[in-house]
Design a binder for this molecule. Structure first.
Ligand code: ADP
Length: 539
């Protein structure tokens, strides 16, 4: 027997319809590339999204076509989010920080039909345009086409919109219809496309608005510093209109001074970004004796939150850090770290140790850890294994692949290594490919890097497993010295005081800099290439 309740599909168009109807004057504030701050409400955004849907239809965009964006966080990008998915086409957000060849590869793989880009990317697009065989229309997100442009047939977004009618009935799609596409940055191999559905996007947006996750409401002013090209700004571009929150979009300037000015001017209460961004903000704030008037929560993810950062936000700014873990393949929210009732009233050190973990899953996601043979490991907070995840907004199959990315029970191997404690809190200890296997035992490269970075002479550290005839691999520490000087023996003695003897690296190599990916993550594959020919002492 079926239930007799309404069976309305979970559609992205319903989010913007709801926001326009019930939070029509809640603001979307954008710092534009042109300079001034642009502000309007969800009602206006909905009207312009409908105009855009008509304009794209006039360009020949059909359901299922990919419409790509190369843009910072701003109101036009927001309109594209809702117009493209709402009309049944697929919004493909491209990371402009990728190398041009990667962008070309991704756009070709996705077979993008339209490419919309911020004017600042004009030189890049001019270089790429002849190579993008599937793209039929280039649209610059500006009032007019820059005079200098060499792209044939380039059109300006505002001119397209001005000619379009604002009446558009969003189609009642099947909720499993593809809505957006985002490629992982491909730290190993070619990038892979994650194709979100309307259903997964809506459920994820519900999930991230919950009080134990990102906790956004109609009383918040939300600043996603995390880009809209990086896993849909962690879902905030959907969750904010879903709950009617004010949305603040920072544009391209993400330095400490620009962010602080915006946070204060727009009464930002909650923000979200990667540790590097917060480092810049906190340094600026400390140097200039500034504070935050309204910001009470900040979400930190994408990489581990350093303990000092959590303390500075908490002690100097009364700002709660929500440490979260996820990946493009998990929409991205996997876990968020908030306390349980049983933790309340515990001493600060115990609470801090909990809060520095990556947290626990909301309903809708499940996790487990397994050994090399796939056997599930206990949740004791000590044993660590390969992290597996499944859930309502987790990938089933990569775009264009001919087989699923999950095992027979629906588990997706994240490529991360983690512990899970008895309360279900996850702690990421490594990437599977980076964990160091010494004599059959595992050594966490991340733990060693974090400890090394606490040594005053170390500015940055990477720890990698290096071939060893007896132990298979032994840890090799590669560091950038803070002021050009490094006492290697002192550093190793410092580590020896804090880890088991067999964890202490066999050697320390000093480099001028470490290689990073376009998204700022350590590129250990490249590091191994740079060190080719190196041999550990005594081997
Ligand atoms: P990629 O870098 O492959 O494009 P993502 O941007 O989706 O992938 O990043 C996902 C990865 O980032 C995770 O698998 C994990 O290794 C790392 N990560 C994300 N959040 C955290 C966190 N809070 N702590 C440690 N690592 C994290």
């Amino acid at each position: 027997m079926f239930g007799l309740m309404q069976d309305r599909p979970l559609l992205i168009s319903s989010i913007i319809e709801h926001a326009a109807r019930h939070h029509g004057d809640s603001e979307i504030v954008s710092r534009t590339l042109e300079g001034p701050v642009h502000r309007y409400g969800y009602r206006d955004a909905h009207r312009r999204a409908r105009q855009l849907a008509n304009a794209l239809t006039a360009l020949g965009v059909q359901q299922g076509d990919r419409v790509a964006t190369l843009a910072w966080n701003g109101y036009r990008h927001f309109e594209l989010y809702f117009a493209v998915s709402g009309m049944g086409a697929v919004l493909h957000t491209i990371n402009p920080r990728l190398f041009p060849e990667q962008i070309r590869w991704i756009a070709e793989h996705a077979q993008d039909r339209v490419l919309c880009f911020d004017a600042c990317f004009l030189p890049l697009i001019e270089q790429l345009a002849p190579l993008l065989t599937s793209v039929q229309h280039f649209v610059v997100l500006a009032d007019a086409v820059p005079e200098s442009s060499k792209i044939k047939g380039l059109v300006a977004y505002e001119i397209l919109l001005a000619a379009a009618d604002s009446g558009f009935d969003w189609p009642q799609l099947d909720e499993r219809t593809a809505a957006s596409l985002c490629y992982t940055s491909g730290t190993t191999g070619n990038p892979k496309g994650v194709l979100y559905s309307h259903r997964s996007t809506l459920l994820h947006a519900y999930g991230i608005a919950l009080p134990d996750t990102l906790n956004v409401s109609a009383r918040d002013s939300v600043l996603p510093v995390v880009p809209m090209f990086h896993a849909n700004a962690w879902g905030l571009a959907y969750a904010a209109p879903m709950v009617g929150a004010k949305l603040v979009l920072p544009g391209k300037d993400l330095d400490g001074a620009s962010l602080h000015t915006l946070i204060e001017a727009e009464g930002v209460t909650v923000s979200a970004g990667v540790p590097t961004v917060w480092l810049g903000l906190l340094t600026h704030v400390a140097r200039n004796g500034l504070s935050f008037s309204h910001m009470r929560r900040t979400v930190i993810g994408g990489a581990a939150c350093p303990p000092a950062m959590l303390r500075e936000f908490r002690d100097r700014h009364q700002c709660e850090v929500l440490h979260a873990w996820g990946m493009t393949e998990t929409s991205p929210l996997g876990t968020g770290c908030t306390l349980k009732f049983k933790h309340l009233g515990l001493d600060q050190d115990t609470i801090e140790a909990v809060r520095l973990k990556q947290g626990r899953v909301p309903f809708g996601v499940d996790i487990k850890i397994v050994d090399d043979d796939g056997n599930e490991l206990p949740w004791d907070g000590v044993r660590y294994g390969h992290l597996m995840v499944r859930g309502l907004w987790v990938i089933q199959r990569y775009f264009g692949a001919d087989q699923d990315a999950v095992d027979a029970d629906g588990w997706f191997a994240t490529g991360d290594v983690a512990t899970i404690d008895a309360d279900g809190y996850l702690r990421i200890t490594d990437r599977s490919k980076d964990v160091i296997k010494s004599g059959g035992e595992w050594i966490s490269s991340v733990d060693l890097e974090n400890l090394a970075m606490a040594y005053p002479q170390v500015r940055e550290a990477a720890c990698i497993g290096w071939p060893h005839p007896k132990w298979d691999e032994r840890p090799l520490l590669v560091v950038v010295a803070r002021d050009g000087e490094l006492d290697k023996a002192g550093l190793l003695a410092f580590l020896a005081g804090q880890v088991a003897k067999w964890w202490v690296p066999d050697d320390v190599v000093v480099l001028d800099e470490l290689p990073h990916t376009a998204t700022g993550k350590l590129q250990k594959t490249r590091l191994r290439e740079l060190l080719a020919g190196y041999r550990l002492p005594g081997t």
